[in-house]
Design a protein around this ligand. Structure first.
Ligand SMILES: *Cc1c(COP(=O)(O)O)cnc(C)c1O
Ligand SMILES: [Zn+2]
Length: 393
């Protein structure tokens, strides 16, 4: 397997055992825990000037990724803009607000960062097929990257996945199973169908999705001229991006390039908020949410297996967790579109809505707040338009 110089293999976040990348394509072979890519940070001689290489998109951080750009399955993901939102800053009573606009990725969401690495790994493992269960966006992304790599993809989506997701999985040539019910039903169908020749690119089964998503934080800090934002608010489902960004922030500190960690905030919908519940109760892990029901499909994840990692990141960074109602989240999508021009997906608007909710108590008047717009607002045009209709507009 062709890997980068500093990539040292995979460490299990549960039992601490280490593995060569070749030996562990998915979860920990010993205990089934989540595997995390490790690097020899001392061997990396990076300065703020040399931190970005000359690669394309997220591959400019190749030295801190497991695989070099020369073997990457890429559609030019990453390098998304950090858009200033002064009107939101004024409304929240903080110094600055920025929107990290991930809608500008190849398939319209930040899922592309994770799939670029996961499908690259699948190809390097010699896989012929990739498979996953997904709420929708990750499936659209996986089918695109599999097509790019010449692999077959098997995608299990719940019936309530969006039309755009389903249509584009078809268009990319994916083998799609639409499963009646919710994400857990899609997950059960995926488990039943899973073939030993299929390489999983599912959330926290492949060790590489959070690794791709960590680049969002590298880009943010670079765009802010090496100032670490005070708060990063993230619409949290499985927590892949939150765990990845927190890892990136600790790496920057370990490399001596920054001094602080941004406070990470998990924003959820009141209709499915297992992380918020666990955080507020002071627990180390979540309890599955009994009846998940939210319009925010991307974060309707009732049983997020990585909750210990998410909760660690929130506590270690002195952040928090917040849930708001679907009504407030839809209102936030409209507010952001009308005040900033940025088209925010409905799931992502949970971050905007959550930030509004905690601003008074938790954000200071000079703070810098970054909201993750994890997906393009136009993917949810019908939902936000209907919300206006419900108000007679
Ligand atoms: C998947 C998804 C999320 C949640 O991501 P996790 O990393 O699983 O928490 C948020 N927003 C959008 C648009 C998504 O597609
Ligand atoms: Zn283990």
């Amino acid at each position: 397997m062709e890997t980068t110089a500093a990539f040292a293999g995979l460490t299990c976040t549960d039992c601490g055992e280490t593995f060569a990348a070749e030996a562990a394509p998915g979860r920990c072979p010993d205990c089934d825990g989540i595997l995390d890519p490790d690097y020899d940070y001392d061997a990396l001689d990076l300065t703020r000037e040399t931190f970005s290489g000359d690669g394309d998109g997220l591959w400019r951080y190749e030295s801190l990724l497991p695989f070099p750009e020369s073997v990457a399955v890429t559609i030019d993901e990453g390098s998304t803009p950090l858009v200033a939102a002064p009107s939101l800053a004024e409304e929240m009573g903080v110094g600055e607000v920025y929107i990290k606009d991930e809608g500008r990725n190849p398939t319209g969401t930040f899922k592309d960062r994770g799939q670029a690495l996961a499908v690259t790994a699948a190809a390097l493992h010699g896989a012929s097929d990739v498979a996953l269960a997904t709420a929708g966006n990750a499936g659209q992304s996986a089918s695109a990257y599999a097509a790019r790599a010449g692999l077959d993809s098997h995608v299990f989506v719940p019936s309530r996945a969006s039309f755009i997701n389903k249509a584009m999985i078809n268009v990319h040539g994916g083998d799609m199973s639409v499963v009646e019910g919710r994400i857990d039903d899609a997950g059960a169908a995926y488990e039943d169908a899973m073939d030993e020749d299929w390489h999983s690119v599912k959330t926290f089964v492949t060790p590489y999705r959070h690794e791709g998503k960590k680049t969002m934080l590298y880009e943010t800090v670079e765009a802010l001229d090496w100032t670490v934002p005070d708060h990063v608010v993230y619409p949290t489902g499985g927590g892949v991006g939150l765990v990845g960004m927190h890892k990136a922030a600790t790496e920057l500190r370990e490399l001596g390039l920054t001094d602080e960690l941004p406070s990470m905030w998990a924003a959820q919908s009141e209709g499915c908020a297992p992380i918020v519940e666990a955080f507020e109760a002071g627990r180390d892990g979540h309890e599955p949410w009994e009846v998940p029901d939210t319009i925010c499909g991307g974060i309707e994840i009732p049983d997020p297996g990585a909750s210990p990692l998410i909760l660690d990141a929130l506590r270690e960074s002195d952040g928090g967790a917040v849930a708001t109602t679907d009504e407030e989240i839809l209102d936030a999508a409209v507010t952001v579109a009308q005040e900033t021009g940025v088209e925010m997906g409905v799931t992502c608007s949970a971050a905007a809505s959550g930030a509004f909710e905690v601003a008074d108590d938790a954000f200071g008047p000079d703070d810098t707040v970054v909201l993750l717009n994890t997906g393009a607002g136009s993917k949810d045009a019908d939902v936000v338009r209907s919300h206006l209709m419900s108000k007679g507009i």
